[in-house]
Design a protein around this ligand. Structure first.
Ligand code: DGL
Length: 263
């Protein structure tokens, strides 16, 4: 069991931000990453479509022999994880916007959440927000258009600058002191956002927490890889441009492989 790979999927390149945290914490684990870029953005699809795509990705990762699946996408987690947990025999780790730490740490009592339409309109998001942010003003902003630009590699573009100002300037005026990045694509915007923010606004995401939860669950199931004698394999599959995926992996030191695949 313990040498089987950990599976991870996202609507595209964004989940690589989670994969990096995961690989950093669990360097002995082999991993298979699916970038469903051909179907991005998930965040602007219906809940039924997001569920259907999540099932497709899950079944492919199970065919590839994965022992655990990380849903490295807030939109897929908030719309599909209950179904996936109920219907497939492996543990699932999901990701949700980090509202709880932001609500606990805010001094101004105002926090911002930037996430996709699909995440912000989900029942699971409403529940998490209700459970943890009572008494806190939460400014929810849908990041329409951000994921398509990231999927085109246009992080530094003028279009991106305009969209970020449109979404974030009102939050600054409202006095947020924490911005929750509720989409796994958005950590790739963190430097751009920091440049726009005045001092004192903290940007938080859930990547590290997801990696730590994955470690805990592997240990509980006695499924962690422990063999130091041979290096794990790190495979990435994309149904879009492999060069784009490689661009987002250009800071990865360990050997990895990127394959084109129709799925
Ligand atoms: N990266 C995904 C998320 O965390 C979804 C982006 C999208 O396809 O809209 O929500």
């Amino acid at each position: 069991m313990n040498t089987q790979p950990v599976g991870i999927f996202d609507s595209g390149v964004g989940g690589t931000s989670i994969w990096k945290e995961l690989h950093g914490l669990l360097p002995l684990e082999s991993t298979i990453y699916l970038a469903d870029s051909a179907n991005a953005p998930y965040g602007e699809r219906s809940s039924e479509e997001i569920l259907g795509l999540s099932i497709k990705n899950t079944e492919l990762l199970l065919e590839m022999g994965c022992k655990l699946i990380v849903v490295a996408c807030n939109t897929a987690t908030t719309n599909a994880i209950s179904y996936l947990r109920a219907h497939y025999p492996v543990p699932f780790i999901g990701i949700e916007p980090a509202i709880k730490p932001a609500a606990l740490q805010t001094l101004t009592g105002v926090i911002g959440v930037l996430a996709t339409r699909g995440t912000l309109s989900s029942a699971l998001f409403a529940k998490t927000s209700g459970d943890y942010a009572a008494g806190i003003k939460v400014i929810e902003q849908m990041g329409d258009g951000l994921v398509p630009l990231i999927e085109q590699g246009k992080v530094e573009s003028h279009e991106m600058t305009l969209l970020l100002h449109k979404y974030l300037d009102p939050m600054i005026e409202e006095g947020i002191d924490h911005l929750v990045l509720g989409c796994t694509h958005y950590p790739y915007l963190a430097d751009r956002i920091s440049e726009m923010f005045p001092d004192g606004i903290r940007i938080i995401d859930s990547g590290r927490a997801v990696a730590m939860q994955t470690k805990r669950v592997l240990e509980v199931h006695h499924a962690a890889a422990t063999d130091h004698s041979k290096p794990p394999f790190l495979r990435f599959y994309t149904n879009s441009d492999p060069e784009l995926l490689k661009y987002f992996l250009n800071d990865v030191q360990d050997p990895f492989e990127v394959f084109p695949l129709e799925f």
